[in-house]
Design a protein around this ligand. Sequence first.
Ligand code: NAP
Length: 259
Amino acid sequence: MELGLKEKWAIVCGASKGLGYACAQQLAQEGVNIVLVARTEQALQDSAEQIRREAGTQVIAVAADIATAAGRERVLAAAPQVDILVNNAGGPPPGDFRGFSREDWLAALDANMLAPIEMIKATLDPMIARRFGRIVNITSMAVKAPVDILCLSNGARAGLTGFTAGLARQVVQHNVTINNLLPGKFDTARLHANNTQRAQATGVPLDEEITRQKAAIPAGRFGDPAEFGHACAFLCSAHASYITGQNLLIDGGVYHGML
Ligand code: NAP
């Protein structure tokens, strides 16, 4: 399917690896020029080069912390135009809420709620004026089914979800859509680090821990980031103009609700 995105420009945040990278990669395959954002310069440049080689589109790499105002300013200044915005950043650390300070909460809110809102604020009105805009926030399955040890994530992402649910209905008349993609367990560096940490903490060998987790997923496996990237590219497509304000869970069937 031709997605109708050739020569559009996308900012993809948190995108040197994992789910953000997969979104950038699939958008570039559709002819989208990319502003690729992550904090670590070398990994970012390597990923930018990989996308250029594979897709042949323009890729501007901006090493910046999207959770900071200065980082966002540099990213926005580098983008010739923003037709598509994919918001993403690393998730907050796990732990019992009794152990978290006000600073921990503010850091989680900055990265996973306020940074996406600021990026939307900076890019929305020009999208409305051009009568095309696609905004996708990468959140988490924890939005639908909160995870006990991820209280910082549960809280910050719920805030973003509420905010976008209201805003999406105000701007869809201008062909600007806002949707959230909720990953279940995807085979990324973050999932691997979390599993290694869990295996060390419990004394269970890593391969046993992984087998146990996969057995709890109806699909019987972790998600491939490319599957996530394809879903993102479709939500950004010209054809998805009537889909807005949605929370699309991509979890291999883990969530057991009907709605
Ligand atoms: P990942 O493999 O660790 O990749 C995260 C990417 O974001 C990296 O490129 C990282 O590069 C960049 N990044 C992190 N913080 C940033 C910041 N403040 N500013 C700019 N770039 C930043 O993570 P992932 O697995 O793709 O996860 C992406 C998001 O989905 C996270 O919020 C995660 O909590 C959520 N999620 C993932 C899963 C899963 O199974 N993978 C499940 C549920 C939710 P630098 O570190 O160099 O900046």
